[in-house]
Design a protein around this ligand. Structure first.
Ligand SMILES: Cc1cc2nc3c(=O)[nH]c(=O)nc-3n(C[C@H](O)[C@H](O)[C@H](O)COP(=O)(O)O)c2cc1C
Length: 183
């Protein structure tokens, strides 16, 4: 796949099924994440791959958190089902440290770039996915499960798999003018 074509025409995919990337394909995805721009070579990210029984564990975690928070049954069911929207989820944690030259926000942005890089690497190999966040990224039980320290942040859950729908909407060439100026 042509790199420019991928970048200017990419779409996320939320309807995902088996197979999930595995073996060399998954390795390529993780290596692409590791090549995110990284001020100070801090590698300020952690990738937690959730698949197979991991999805059951994640589901149980979210269900319990929703029950503990006394959410409505509908919300509890939604939480319990969330991990089954794709055969694989990669939780991306910005693993931040105090650094004299690299503020925390730069480290969080680096981790976000890793999400994008992994999504593009998935798409380049015939897979796809969607970057999701939501309130669970801030929830103590979820943060604890992914070993977040106080200075860390869950930047997202990258849902990955094989897209079930051919992208229905073509990407129209964007009007860049309102967003771009020359100094
Ligand atoms: C940090 C971040 C968090 C996001 N969280 C969600 C989310 O929780 N749920 C969702 O449907 N889309 C979320 N999105 C947006 C999707 O990843 C996706 O970009 C959007 O559905 C538009 O589709 P497109 O990528 O094909 O343009 C998030 C995007 C970013 C960058």
């Amino acid at each position: 796949m042509d790199a420019l074509d991928l970048l200017v025409n990419r779409r996320s995919a939320s309807r995902l099924a088996e197979p999930a990337p595995a073996g060399e394909a998954l390795d390529n995805i993780l290596r692409a994440g590791m090549r995110a721009p990284d001020h100070g070579t801090l590698q300020p990210w952690r990738f937690i791959v959730i698949e197979n029984e991991g999805r059951e564990r994640f589901s149980a975690l979210l269900e319990k958190a929703a029950r503990d928070d006394q959410m409505e049954q509908k919300a509890i069911d939604k939480a319990q089902q969330a991990p089954f929207r794709a055969p694989m989820i990669i939780t991306v944690v910005a693993h931040c440290e105090d650094h004299p030259k690299v503020p925390r926000w730069e480290q969080v942005v680096s981790a976000g770039c890793a999400v994008m890089a992994m999504q593009m690497a998935a798409a380049a190999q015939g897979f796809n996915g969607i970057w999701r966040s939501g309130a669970w990224t801030e929830h103590d039980a979820v943060r604890d499960a992914f070993h977040c320290r106080e200075q860390d942040a869950i930047v997202g859950f990258l849902y990955l798999g094989t897209p079930q729908l051919k992208s229905s909407t073509t990407v129209l060439p964007p009007d860049t003018a309102p967003f771009v100026s020359y100094f």
